[in-house]
Design a protein around this ligand. Structure first.
Ligand code: G4P
Length: 528
């Protein structure tokens, strides 16, 4: 086998997670700019501003083109090959957002300095924690008034339950933002609002207390900084690389993505610390990226991008070895040797055919309907599967009513197929069979997608009645009969397509009630 170690070890594959509006798009653009992908800066933004009416999903797809499904952006910087995975936010938020995190080796968490830890960040964070991947924090918008920085650090620790280590420290914020102090190199980089910080005007290396800093940032700011750093040195966690790599400690950076301040230093330090493609668990034990031939798993399927052609693209993360166009691989779940050709790499608006790719990279492969999420592909002489991708807890539920009951068959076929693609989850009540179908989604846009697709592709018109449930839990105990459980009257007992028993709750109080009333009951947020 050829040695791909150098290629693989220069790869960094990560996702950026944040609550909408924290600055993920802006930061991504700045990172692309450093990578020299300058002409793309506009396209990332274009994708976002092209806000849509959710009623016409196909139109959305057409208008936004491939960018909606763009899964990874690749660029070179400082000898590294960087893959940024796209985690759609806003109304695009869906299970895909979570699944994408399965393909990342680390995550960058962007937090708005004025808002702190917000809901969506918390949700995405949980998925990263489940995978124990390292999380790097970028606290953004320091050019605006921020929360008290110590409070912000404390909030990350208490709300998310992760230790923090400030790599650098902001000097003031908003109108009084003077720059950042690097704790390791003792560099102060001065921020000048006047020219929007576009040019790095001054960077000074000096010990705190050095009079030259009075001049650079002002005497009062200097004094505050001395006090704050002393407090930080005394009170915060130690820097511990092992803890960082286990996802127990997050290095925290400060800056302003919009003015491109603190971004490059963040990128450099992030690249130095973040992991290269990691070994992954499989049915044959750990698969080491550099020691094995090609293998990959499918983490996302984008279906029906063009109705006439029924084209589907399966996105896969290469976990070991090298991909070359036209290679034959074992599609393990399909029990078949297939040829992988015309793989695509997607870059904002454009897609291009690629000839080769390595562990850490994401490729999109034309799917004639043979792939499912979680499928493994490996070299012809191997036969192992990667650990499955969990089913993520939907947060919105609705009862599906069919308008024309004569179309029962099409309707059932449609919902089942769409559920298999993983865009929605369907459940049944006990005793009513397929008469009463409940759909669960992670993001509400999926409801519109379901309705639209059932009508246009299967000719089945539906009405969705929203249900008040917000939490779902799978029952882990195999020896418990769900019918025997004592739950509050607003809790519903349902089963998924595989017949697994579940409970849906209107609030967290009802979850606690179920746990209190049924000793030994074990509930899980992730499905099997
Ligand atoms: P998102 O992808 O996380 O949703 O956030 P996005 O980057 O789109 O940023 C949300 C808004 O915050 C944008 O303003 C953006 O310009 C602004 N922003 C991002 N980073 C910074 C920063 O460091 N400082 C300041 N002051 N603002 C920042 P918008 O007005 O909503 O959009 P636009 O009209 O500027 O495009």
């Amino acid at each position: 086998m050829e040695d791909y170690t150098n290629e693989i070890n220069r790869r960094k594959t990560f996702a950026i997670i944040s609550h909408p509006d924290a600055g993920k798009t802006t930061l991504t653009e700045k990172l692309l700019l450093f990578g020299g992908a300058i002409n793309l800066a506009g396209s990332v933004k274009a994708k976002k501003t092209n806000r849509h009416a959710v009623s016409d999903w196909m139109e959305i797809e057409k208008k936004r083109g491939i960018s909606v499904t763009s899964s990874a952006m690749q660029f070179d910087y400082d000898g590294y090959c960087i893959n940024i995975l796209d985690t759609p936010g806003h109304e695009d938020f869906s299970e895909d957002t979570y699944r994408t995190l399965m393909a990342a080796d680390s995550a960058v968490m962007v937090i708005d300095a004025a808002k702190g830890v917000e809901k969506q960040t918390e949700k995405l964070f949980k998925v990263c924690v489940m995978r124990n991947i390292p999380i790097f924090t970028f606290i953004n918008k320091l050019d605006r008034e921020s929360k008290d920085i110590f409070e912000l650090m404390d909030e990350i620790e208490t709300v998310l339950g992760i230790q923090t280590y400030a790599m650098n420290w902001p000097i003031g914020s908003g109108k009084n933002f003077r720059g950042i102090y690097d704790r390791n190199t003792k560099h102060i980089t001065r921020f000048y609002a006047a020219n929007n910080g576009q040019k790095l005007v001054a960077s000074v290396e000096a010990d705190l207390g050095d009079p030259c800093l009075d001049e650079l940032i002002g005497q009062q700011n200097h004094e505050i900084l001395i006090d704050e750093i002393a407090l930080l040195d005394g009170a915060s966690s130690e820097f511990d690389m092992e803890q960082i790599l286990n996802g127990k400690l997050t290095p925290v950076f400060f800056g302003s993505a919009l003015t491109n301040f603190g971004v490059e230093t963040f990128l450099k330090q992030f690249l130095a610390m973040s992991p290269t493609p990691l070994p992954r668990e499989s049915s044959e034990g750990k698969i080491i990226p550099t020691e094995n031939e090609f293998s990959a798993f499918v983490f996302k399927i984008q279906a029906n991008m063009n109705k006439a052609h029924r084209d589907r693209i399966a996105f896969m993360r290469i976990c070991s070895g090298k991909y070359t166009a036209g290679m034959e691989v074992n599609h393990v779940q399909g029990n078949k040797i297939i040829r992988l050709s015309h793989s695509q790499q997607l870059m904002a608006q454009e897609r291009h055919i690629i000839e080769e790719a390595y562990a850490g990279d994401i490729i999109g492969v034309f799917d004639p309907g043979i792939f499912s999420i979680g499928d493994t592909l490996c070299s012809k002489d191997r036969n192992f599967v990667y650990e499955g991708i969990p089913t993520f807890a939907p947060e919105h539920f609705a009862k599906v009513r069919q308008v024309d009951t004569m179309k029962r068959k099409q309707f059932l076929k449609g919902v089942t197929q769409i559920a298999q693609e993983g865009a929605i989850q369907i459940f049944q009540s006990y005793n009513t069979g397929m008469e009463e179908i409940i759909v669960g989604v992670v993001g509400t846009l999926q409801f519109d997608v379901l309705k639209f697709r059932l009508e246009s592709e299967y000719g089945a018109e539906i009405r969705l009645e929203p249900l008040p449930y917000e939490h779902i839990r799978w029952i882990e105990n195999e020896d418990i009969d769900i019918q025997d459980l004592s739950v509050s009257s607003d809790t519903k007992k349902i089963k998924d397509l595989k017949g697994n028993p579940l409970l849906i709750f209107v609030n967290s109080w009802s979850i606690q009630t179920a746990l209190d009333r049924n000793k030994g009951l074990r509930l899980s947020e992730f499905g099997k």
